[in-house]
Design a binder for this molecule. Structure first.
Ligand SMILES: Nc1ncnc2c1ncn2[C@@H]1O[C@H](COP(=O)(O)OP(=O)(O)OP(=O)(O)O)[C@@H](O)[C@H]1O
Ligand SMILES: [Mg+2]
Length: 229
């Protein structure tokens, strides 16, 4: 079967003044639709860089990224932005909610670029808030929420456009053990029940245990793609 995400001989080099920093080198990997993959590796090994390239936020300096049969590496910035809104939801370590907007309004944001009526947006936002179990906090501002609740709102924002891919960069890195367990259980449920393909960057073995496969990066190279499942 054709993989959902196919990366071939990918490289990413940053120029820092006179010096070049190689963040990723010769990465080839496949991720099937519906997989839950953890991406691990030491600090600076290129995890966020690889995640951002898979999410269409950043582009490689070499090689190819094909998602659902579409080449991302050849797209313009505007094309990638349009693709991203429908294609992938991003969950950050520090939630990245907008402080002056309510939970509801934060979740509604990605929908504002789509041709939807107010009523349709309302249906999507409500469904997303319910799916993450935070509908009762819809009118709260981020500062009125606990860290675990903020992350639920951020996850609702990541799923509200019905993107098939969820990427998460250390989503539990800022949470206590109890909230971590709850957030990881939620992400697993989105994978199992809603069929989301999940790519999770984490340093934490307890979080990685939720994944079906663990990929490891070291110094910009993929040293293990995990056991195939
Ligand atoms: N915008 C940038 N400009 C220059 N170098 C960068 C940039 N972004 C990342 N790098 C470099 O690329 C390498 C990989 O960085 P990356 O953020 O992907 O690592 P990481 O594995 O996510 O680390 P951490 O676990 O600390 O988050 C590092 O050496 C970093 O300094
Ligand atoms: Mg990182």
């Amino acid at each position: 079967m054709q993989p959902l995400i196919a990366i071939r001989e990918l490289g990413k080099t940053y120029r820092q003044g006179e010096t070049m920093v190689t963040a990723l080198e010769d990465i080839s990997l496949d991720i099937a639709s519906g997989e839950f993959v953890a991406l691990m590796g030491p600090s600076g090994s290129g995890k966020t860089t690889l995640l951002n390239i898979m999410a269409g936020i950043d582009r490689p300096t070499g090689g190819s990224v094909t998602i659902d049969g579409v080449r991302l590496d050849g797209m313009t910035e505007a094309q990638r932005t349009a693709w991203r809104t429908r294609g992938v939801g991003y969950i950050f370590q520090f939630y990245n909610l907008i402080p002056v907007l309510t939970a509801y309004e934060n979740v509604e944001l990605p929908l504002l670029t789509l041709p939807l009526s107010r009523r349709e947006r309302h249906a999507h936002v409500t469904a997303a808030l319910e799916a993450v179990g935070i509908a009762a906090r819809a009118r709260h501002f981020p500062r009125q929420l606990s860290g675990g609740e903020e992350q639920r709102v951020a996850i609702a924002r990541a799923i509200v456009t019905d993107a098939g891919i969820l990427v998460a960069d250390e989503p539990t890195g800022n949470l206590d053990a109890g909230s971590e367990q709850a957030i990881m259980t939620l992400i697993r449920e989105l994978n199992r029940r809603f069929g989301k393909t999940v790519i999770l960057v984490t340093h934490d073995h307890a979080a990685a245990d939720f994944a079906g496969r663990i990929m490891r990066l070291e110094k910009g190279r993929l040293i293990s793609t995990g056991k195939e499942n």
